[in-house]
Design a protein around this ligand. Structure first.
Ligand code: HEC
Length: 116
């Protein structure tokens, strides 16, 4: 009885981790990596439409809830929070993309949070 409860817990924990990782990977492949990726486009003045910004905001909110393969939670929360705030600024003023562009810096985030 005790043993099966522990096994269940273990399965639940590893499933949770796999799902979160996939969220980050899928977001990278869809929104960051491609030529003319939305994440990069949104960091240029008027680069993204209102619909695209709304979509990107959803992506960043999902990222904030996901867990990266490396790095601590506080740093991840700060980085994904900056992405969310950046999109919200661009939604208010399409020319106000400086913070969003800064938050989208691939290397700054990968150095701390991207596993091997
Ligand atoms: C807020 C943090 C963050 C930012 C900003 C970021 N990335 Fe990532 N990226 C990650 C993490 C974390 C991973 C590792 C995924 C994991 O946890 O397994 C990753 C992985 C990737 C991968 C590999 C995906 C795969 O299939 O495994 C690519 C490609 C990538 N990023 C491209 C980019 C590009 C291009 C940019 C900049 C335009 C960027 N990323 C900006 C956090 C970030």
């Amino acid at each position: 009885m005790k043993k099966s409860a522990l096994t269940l817990l273990f399965v639940a924990a590893s499933l949770g981790a796999a799902t979160a990782d996939d969220t980050v990977k899928e977001a990278m492949k869809k929104y960051f990596k491609p030529e003319g990726a939305l994440a990069k486009k949104a960091g240029t003045k008027g680069g993204a439409t209102a619909d695209e910004l709304a979509e990107l905001l959803k992506c960043y909110e999902a990222l904030a809830k996901a867990k990266p393969s490396k790095g601590d939670d506080a740093s991840w929360a700060a980085k994904t929070g900056a992405l969310i705030e950046g999109v919200k600024k661009a939604q208010k003023d399409p020319a106000d993309v400086g913070d969003l562009k800064k938050a989208t810096n691939c290397k700054t985030c990968h150095d701390v949070h991207k596993g091997k």
